[in-house]
Design a protein around this ligand. Structure first.
Ligand code: WTA
Length: 658
C-alpha cells in the first residue's frame, strides 16, 4: 500500500460534494471558487485585506504587503493586533461568550469543558503568572506539555504578552529539548509532571530536568510545572514553580499586549536536510489571518460544529488547526490527550469512533497514517459506533493512497462527507492546496486545487511550468500572509533553502515533487530532499545519521526511507562499525534506543543493517539512491558507473536475499 505514483495515474474517480453540502457552504460551486480564486490571484492584497478586516485590530495597517526586501516579507505593515485577543476577547461581547471553546478528554477518560469566557480567564491568569515570573515581550518560552487544555492556555498566554513560544512535541528527548532551548535562547520552560500515552506516563518534567542539566540551557530561569499525572517529581528551589501556585496569586485581568503585525509569534522546529533542525519563525498578523481564513473556508466551520483535529500541539497542525485557526473562528474544539488505540482502561481501536459518537463530532481532521492503522485494525471498530454526526473529513501530513481515501470516505464518512486532502507545511503556516469542500469535486489521492490567494505551480529546473502530468517541483509564486519570515537566527539558511533555486523568479521552493493532471489537480508525490515522512512527521536522514555516529561503536551510517504500509515511510539505517566491533542483536537494540534517546522515539530506525562498507562515489559521496533501491527490494537502476566499488552493492543485496 505504498503511495506510488502509478496508482495515482490510474485514479480518475470523481466525488462531487452533495447538493446539500454545497447549498449550505460559503463557496458552493466550482464557478464560485474559480471567480474568487481568480480575483485573489489578480489582486492578492485586496483579497487578504478584505479577509483581515473581519478580525480585531487596535490599529489598522498602512500597507498590506511590503515585498521590497524579498524574500523577507512584511504583511499588514503598521498594523497592531494580538492573536490571543482575536481568539478570545473578540468572542466575549456576543453569544459566544458562554459557548464551549474546548471540550477536552484525557486518555484515562477524564473530561473538562471550557467556555470562551473560562478559557479567556485561564489565559489571563497564566499571562499574569508569566509576567510575575519575569517573562516579558520578546522572550522565548519552551512549551513541552501533554495534550491538555493548559497547552493551549500556555500558547495563548505567551501570545497575549508578546512572548515567543516554541512548542516541543512531548515525544522528543531531553537532548532535543536542550537543542531547541539553546538555539532559541529560551529563558523559561512550561511543562507538566507527566502526560498519559498508551496507558503509561510520559516523564515530561524529568526530561526537562535532564535537558536543563546540559550545556546551552544555562539561561533558563523559570520552569512552570502543571500537575497532571500526580507522580512525584523533583522541584528545583528557585527555578521550578507549580502552575497552580503561579496562578494562585495572579490577577485575572490582563489586557492583551498591543503587538506589531510583524512581532514574532512562535518558533517551531522542523527537520531539514542537514542535521540541525530549522527554527521556523512565524509572526503575529499574517499567521493570524492565514489560519483564520483557511479554517473558515476549508472546514467551512460553523457555530454549531464540533471540530476535532487529532494532531498534537507539538506540530504545526496542532498550532494552526487545534489552537489558532479554530479559536479565531469561535469554534468548539475537541482536544484529546492520548493514543488512537487506547481506551480508558485497555487498548481499544474504537476509541476515536466512540469519542466521535459521544461528543457528536461534525468535522474530523487526521493523518493518512492513522487511517491506514485503522484499516489494519478492522472495520468492526468504527462499525460499532454512530458516526452520523460527521459532515466533513480532512487529512494532512502525507499523500493519501486512494485505497485509504476510499475506506475513509465509506467507512467513516458514510459516503456523505466531503474529504479535504490538505497540502501544506510548517513553513507555510496554513493550508495551501486543498479542495474547498462545497465547491471542488475530489479525486482520491489528490489535494486538488490551490487555496484562495495561493499561487501554486509545478515547474521544471528553469522555473517554467510543466505540462499536464509531467512531474516537477512544487513552488509558490507569490508571497502569502502566513509564510515563514525566516529561520530563527539564520537568514542565510532561510534564503538558501527556500529561495535560492528560483532566485530570479522569486519562487518559494516547497521541497516536494508533484504533478498537475489534465484538470489542473495537484498530485503531491513527496519530498525531493533528504527528509523522510514517517507517520506524517518530518525526519531528516542527517539527524538520524548524526545520532547514530554519536554512539561509540559506530564509524559511519547512511539512513534512507523504505515504503511502509502503515507509517508511509520506515527508517532503515545502514551502519558500519568501528574496527574490532562485532555486530550482534544487543548492539542493534542499543543503537535503536540510542537514537530514541538522542532525538525521540519517532526517529528509532525500524531496521539497522550492519555492513562492512557503504556504497560511495569515487569522490566519497554515499549513494543513497542505491540504498533506497536495495531497501525497496527493487533492482538497482540507472547509472552506477560512478560507484567506487560495486562489490559493496552485491554484498548488501546478498544480505537482502539471505
Ligand atoms: C508532506 C505538515 C501530500 C509534504 C502540515 C510536506 C503532504 C510535508 C500533505 C510538510 C498532503 C503534508 N499530501 N503530502 N496533503 N501534507 N505533506 O512541515 O511532503 O510537518 O512538504 O507540515 O508533509 O510537513 P510538516
Amino acid at each position: 500500500m505504498s503511495t506510488n505514483i502509478e496508482s495515482h495515474l490510474d485514479e480518475t474517480r470523481l466525488f462531487p460534494p452533495s447538493q446539500g453540502f454545497s447549498e449550505n457552504a460559503r463557496i458552493g460551486s466550482r464557478a464560485a471558487y474559480d471567480a474568487l480564486y481568480r480575483k485573489s490571484i489578480e489582486s492578492p492584497e485586496e483579497f487578504w485585506s478584505a479577509e483581515a478586516e473581519e478580525l480585531q485590530w487596535s490599529r489598522k495597517w498602512d500597507q498590506v504587503l511590503d515585498w521590497s526586501k524579498a524574500p523577507f516579507a512584511k504583511w499588514f505593515v503598521g498594523g497592531k493586533t494580538n492573536i490571543s485577543a482575536n481568539c478570545l476577547d473578540r468572542h466575549l461581547d456576543g453569544p459566544r461568550k458562554d459557548k464551549t471553546a474546548i471540550i477536552w478528554e484525557g486518555e484515562p477518560g477524564d473530561t473538562r469543558t471550557l467556555t470562551y469566557a473560562e478559557l479567556h480567564e485561564q489565559v489571563c491568569l497564566f499571562s499574569n503568572a508569566l509576567k510575575n515570573n519575569g517573562v516579558t515581550k520578546g522572550d522565548r518560552v519552551i512549551i513541552y506539555m501533554p495534550m491538555v487544555p493548559e497547552a493551549a492556555v500556555a500558547m495563548l498566554a505567551c501570545a497575549r504578552i508578546g512572548a515567543v513560544h516554541s512548542v516541543v512535541f512531548g515525544g522528543f528527548s531531553a537532548d532535543s529539548i536542550r537543542d531547541r532551548i539553546a538555539d532559541s535562547g529560551a529563558t523559561a520552560v512550561i511543562t507538566a509532571d507527566g502526560g498519559w500515552r498508551r496507558g503509561s506516563i510520559v516523564p515530561l518534567k524529568h526530561n526537562v530536568d535532564e535537558a536543563l542539566n546540559g550545556q546551552g540551557a544555562e539561561q533558563v530561569a523559570r520552569v512552570f510545572v502543571l500537575r497532571r499525572t500526580e507522580q512525584d517529581v523533583a522541584m528545583q528551589e528557585g527555578r521550578d514553580v507549580w502552575w497552580h501556585d503561579a496562578v494562585a496569586g495572579a490577577s485575572s485581568d490582563c489586557p492583551a499586549e498591543e503587538l506589531d503585525a510583524e512581532d514574532p509569534l512562535f518558533i517551531l522546529y522542523t527537520s531539514g536536510s542537514t542535521g540541525k533542525p530549522k527554527g521556523i519563525l512565524h509572526t503575529t498578523a499574517g499567521y493570524m489571518v492565514g489560519t483564520y481564513v483557511s479554517t473558515k473556508y476549508v472546514f467551512d466551520i460553523r457555530d454549531d460544529d464540533v471540530y476535532w483535529c487529532t494532531a498534537d500541539v507539538g506540530w504545526i497542525t496542532g498550532h494552526s488547526y487545534i489552537v489558532y485557526g479554530p479559536l479565531a473562528n469561535g469554534a468548539t474544539v475537541l482536544m484529546y490527550e492520548g493514543a488512537p488505540n487506547q481506551g480508558t482502561k485497555e487498548a481499544d481501536w474504537g476509541r476515536f469512533w466512540e469519542m466521535v459518537q459521544r461528543h457528536k463530532v461534525t468535522i474530523f481532521y487526521t493523518a493518512p497514517t492513522a487511517i491506514r492503522a485503522f484499516i489494519k485494525a478492522g472495520e468492526h471498530f468504527p462499525e460499532k459506533y454512530d458516526l452520523s454526526s460527521l459532515r466533513l473529513l480532512g487529512t494532512v501530513g502525507e499523500p493519501i493512497n486512494p485505497e485509504a481515501w476510499i475506506w475513509y470516505h465509506k467507512t467513516i464518512g458514510g459516503e456523505r462527507c466531503p474529504i479535504v486532502d490538505t497540502w501544506w507545511q510548517t513553513e507555510t503556516g496554513a493550508i495551501m492546496i486543498t479542495p474547498v469542500p462545497g465547491a471542488i469535486p475530489t479525486k482520491p489521492g489528490s489535494a486538488t486545487l490551490p487555496f484562495l490567494g495561493v499561487d501554486a505551480a509545478i515547474v521544471d529546473e528553469t522555473g517554467e511550468e510543466t505540462g499536464p502530468n509531467e512531474g516537477g517541483k512544487l513552488v509558490i509564486r507569490k508571497p502569502w500572509p502566513s509564510m515563514l519570515r525566516t529561520l530563527w537566527g539564520d537568514d542565510d539558511r532561510y534564503v538558501d533553502t527556500y529561495w535560492k533555486e528560483y532566485q530570479e523568479k522569486g519562487y518559494y521552493l516547497a521541497g516536494d515533487g508533484a504533478r498537475r493532471d489534465e484538470d489542473g489537480y495537484f498530485w503531491i508525490v513527496g519530498r525531493l530532499d533528504d527528509v523522510l515522512n514517517v507517520s506524517g512527521h518530518r525526519l531528516g536522514t542527517a539527524e538520524v545519521e548524526s545520532a547514530l555516529v554519536s554512539h561509540d561503536t559506530v564509524a559511519e551510517s547512511a539512513v534512507v526511507g523504505r515504503p511502509d504500509e502503515i507509517k508511509g515511510q520506515g527508517v532503515v539505517a545502514f551502519v558500519t562499525l568501528k574496527s574490532g566491533i562485532e555486530p550482534n542483536e544487543d548492539l542493534n537494540k542499543e543503537l535503536r534506543n540510542h537514537v530514541g534517546k538522542v532525538i525521540g522515539a519517532i526517529a528509532k530506525p525500524d531496521e539497522i543493517r550492519f555492513t562492512a562498507a557503504l556504497p560511495k562515489t569515487r569522490s566519497g559521496k554515499i549513494m543513497r539512491r542505491l540504498l533506497k533501491e536495495i531497501c525497496a527490494g527493487g533492482k538497482i537502476s540507472g547509472d552506477t558507473t560512478t560507484l567506487e566499488d560495486f562489490s559493496v552493492i552485491t554484498s548488501l543485496q546478498g544480505k537482502e536475499e539471505g
